[in-house]
Design a protein around this ligand. Structure first.
Ligand SMILES: Nc1ncnc2c1ncn2[C@@H]1O[C@H](COP(=O)(O)OP(=O)(O)O)[C@@H](O)[C@H]1O
Ligand SMILES: [Mg+2]
Length: 417
């Protein structure tokens, strides 16, 4: 086989635990990696896990890309493309998975030689922390490709700002791609004319400080500048209050917050999907905190998370102190969040995925008009941000209760509403 690769990609054929390719669109990252893996898999039997943060169906994976490259390379005789796998005649196997929701269930992950995480910009800290130890076969490698977005994103921090020892890290842009196609060239020129900042991000691979339409941009900036994102350990003996969002399809987000004087110590955060309530109660137990109140959204009064009784009933049954957060509009909730934000101290490690939600919570932007919608975008980030909004609303109750609570908070003895 005589297949060409851009110079900056030659390192894909040298051994290294981490191989990172990042940069703007059209840098030949996806094609190059797909081709390199197919070539390597034809030379030796390899188990390759192709992963991304969210993969709800095989259509969202690189399955199709690999299939096209098998055709382009004339490897159809060698590779058999099945519905959810690709098999080589020598035993090479490509499998596909989403990190956030099915990494626990990946068959045969013990024996993986190469894990390729594509579109990795928004892979969460939890997903990396879960994936990396499972890729443990001697000589196994982790390949990562992405277009950077925020310089605060976990993937960018972990692999570009402070990469692991021995990691090979290369930035590739369109200008490194000898086959950069005409159509993309035109799109690039157009965006360069229309919106230079967007051009720098999309095509030159520059990071942004904040996403367009980011709702808490100022609050996050202030928290960073004032050093309120850092090490915020649990204070023993002070109750931890939890604030929940129960999303559709069993997506659940939980903030863990202590009230100490006027400070809200945001000590922990957890999110997951596809589990019944027991799972989340197990997480609470496992954290080993002393708990105050569990603040649930009003839908806890009818949501069931896979059980006969409502969430509220199930939690009361096991003796937890439950409070239902008043139902107020999203805009008012966002205002409430802005009000409490300045008093929040976030643990950078334990709340990393929650902070990502707050940074990415944004108004929808129309790509043509650049106008913002009045409503937040409903996406992966919005659940964690919703739970944070409930926290803020729970802190802002009717006047008398509020006064009473303020007095209790000042006295350091607040235990919930
Ligand atoms: N090895 C290659 N041979 C021919 N064309 C290529 C090759 N690699 C990339 N290209 C062309 O460049 C385009 C962009 O490559 P792609 O891998 O999608 O970039 P990225 O993933 O960096 O955005 C592809 O659609 C294809 O037209
Ligand atoms: Mg790509």
């Amino acid at each position: 086989m005589n297949i060409e690769f851009p110079d900056k990609m030659q390192f894909l054929f040298d051994a290294a635990r981490y191989k990172i390719l990042y940069g703007g669109r059209g840098g030949a990252k996806s094609w190059g990696i797909a081709r390199a893996l197919l070539v390597l898999g034809a030379m030796d039997p390899l188990r390759v896990l192709c992963a991304r943060e969210i993969q709800k169906s095989i259509q969202e994976s690189v399955h199709q890309l690999l299939k096209d490259q098998i055709d382009a390379l004339g490897l159809n005789e060698f590779y058999e493309v099945l519905q959810t796998e690709i098999r080589g005649r020598n035993g090479t196997l490509f499998i596909f998975a989403g990190l956030k929701h099915n990494v626990d269930n990946i068959k045969s992950k013990e024996g993986i030689d190469i894990a390729w995480v594509e579109e990795a910009a928004n892979v969460s800290k939890t997903s990396w922390d879960k994936l990396i130890p499972t890729i443990r076969k001697p000589g196994s490698e982790i390949w990562v490709s992405f277009n950077p977005e925020l310089d605060s994103d976990e993937t960018y921090k972990r692999f570009v700002l402070s990469p692991p020892t021995g990691a090979k890290v290369e930035k590739l842009n369109w200008s490194d791609n000898p086959w950069f196609p005409e159509v993309l060239q035109q799109e690039m020129e157009d965006l360069k004319q229309r919106d230079h900042d967007a051009y720098l991000t999309v095509w030159e691979g520059h990071c942004k400080q904040v996403l367009d339409g980011a709702i808490y941009a100022n609050e996050i900036r202030a928290a960073t500048e004032q050093g309120r994102i850092g090490r915020v350990p649990y204070v023993p003996g002070v109750p931890v209050h939890t604030f929940w969002d129960l999303g559709r399809a069993d997506k659940t987000s939980i903030w863990f917050i202590q009230v100490v004087g006027f400070e809200f110590r945001v000590v922990d955060y957890y999110e997951n999907r596809g589990y019944a309530l027991d799972h989340y109660l197990g997480i609470l137990q496992g954290r080993g905190y002393v708990y105050g109140e569990d603040h649930l959204p009003h839908d806890a009064q009818n949501e069931q998370l896979g059980a006969k009784r409502t969430i509220e009933q199930q939690m009361r049954d096991i003796g937890r102190k439950v409070s239902i957060v008043p139902k107020i509009g999203v805009a008012d909730g966002i205002n409430a969040a802005r009000t409490v934000f300045g008093r929040c101290w976030f643990d950078e490690e334990k709340t990393a995925d929650g902070l990502t939600c707050l940074r990415r919570y944004r108004y929808d932007v129309d790509p043509d008009t650049q106008q913002y919608s009045k409503n937040p975008l409903h996406d992966e980030a919005s659940h964690g941000a919703d739970a944070f909004r409930y926290f803020a609303v729970a802190m802002e109750e009717p006047k008398t209760a509020k006064k009473k609570k303020a007095a209790l908070v000042r006295a350091g003895g607040w235990m919930g509403a």
